[in-house]
Design a protein around this ligand. Structure first.
Ligand SMILES: [Fe+2]
Length: 325
């Protein structure tokens, strides 16, 4: 595993809220890129989150951030521990395909933020399941002099607790010299909570950006003259059950955020998942009479020739040999 010497964190539990720490990029460069995924749940659309991970692997960010709602969570028919566990097993199995480190942040489908009268203790159950797998529900890390605050907005309904607020303020004080502060939490309603207002006051004289999710509709807001992003869908269906997403102009589309730190500042792009194509989007078999003749002159390689070249340590795209000219 390649070790990043410019990464530090405050997680003291043996279990960690990230998948691994095999970062892309190198220590020698200040600039870096990371992807942010939006909600996969309430209702995950089959295979879409999996597709997002494949495209993330293709683009190879240094790491991946998230804003929660990974599993569908309980439904009124079943709030059993076994049901939650089976959903986590399913999701974590998908996540194994994510090549860059993936940093988890809890959503309301992952940790139920309040007691539901019909299902007493479901809030405690879901929090326990999170901690049993990932150690902590909120944490911070510093990557290349940028502070990442990963908050748990499920302490009470769309809120952060007094204790979490104290930790966040203390983390800001201890990292007063960072270039930028990136804040990730699930529920944007937290932005108007009393405790978050205290945090915002502390952030006022720092460079910072906020990412949330939950509503399944991408929107960029500005608060205190800073960018606050509410990410939309990365795998989930639209907010209205059974009604197709309305598209880009309504913020309802399958997406990824791509954040590039350049000269110490984040540049944020929102990528439409369907607009990220593999390089086989057009290949020789798809050529038409309009394709210039010189492309048709490409010479297929036989498998015997490929064997010889591979034996010399060269990388060969064998599939070209299958094309029928
Ligand atoms: Fe949510």
């Amino acid at each position: 595993m390649k070790k990043c010497l410019r990464f530090s964190h405050d997680v003291k539990t043996e279990l960690k809220p990230w998948t691994h720490l095999d970062f892309g990029g190198g220590d020698d460069c200040d600039d870096f890129n990371f992807a942010v995924v939006g909600d996969r749940a309430g209702r995950p659309a089959k295979g879409v989150f999996e597709e997002a991970l494949k495209k993330i692997n293709l683009m190879n960010p240094d790491f991946v951030m998230s804003v929660g709602d990974f599993i569908p969570g309980g439904c009124m028919e079943d709030m059993s521990e076994a049901f939650f566990r089976s959903q986590w097993d399913f999701f974590e199995n998908i996540l194994k395909d994510c090549e860059p480190p993936f940093f988890r942040v809890p959503g309301n489908h992952d940790i139920v933020g309040e007691d539901i009268p019909e299902f007493p203790e479901v809030d405690k159950l879901t929090e326990r399941l999170w901690k049993e797998q990932f150690g902590v529900t909120y944490y911070s890390f510093v990557f290349k002099d940028v502070l990442f605050l990963c908050l748990n907005s499920m302490e009470g309904w769309h809120n952060i607790s007094k204790e979490q607020l104290e930790w966040a303020l203390d983390t800001l004080h201890q990292n007063s010299g960072v270039r930028w502060t990136m804040i990730f939490l699930h529920d944007p309603k937290t932005w108007i909570s009393e405790n978050f207002a205290v945090l915002e006051k502390e952030l006022y004289f720092r460079n910072y950006t906020v990412f949330a999710g939950d509503i399944h509709q991408y929107t960029r807001y500005r608060r205190q003259g800073r960018n606050y992003y509410m990410l939309g869908l990365t795998g989930a269906e639209s907010q209205r059950a059974g009604i197709p997403a309305k598209g880009v102009s309504f913020g309802e589309f399958q997406q990824l955020a791509w954040v590039s730190f350049k000269n110490g500042e984040p540049r944020v792009s929102i990528l439409e998942l369907e607009g990220i194509h593999y390089d086989d989007v057009v290949t020789i078999p798809k050529l038409t009479w309009l394709t210039p003749r010189y492309f048709r002159g490409d010479k297929p390689i036989t498998s015997k020739e490929a064997d010889i070249l591979e034996a010399k340590g060269l990388k060969i795209h064998r599939e070209i040999g299958k094309y029928d000219f």
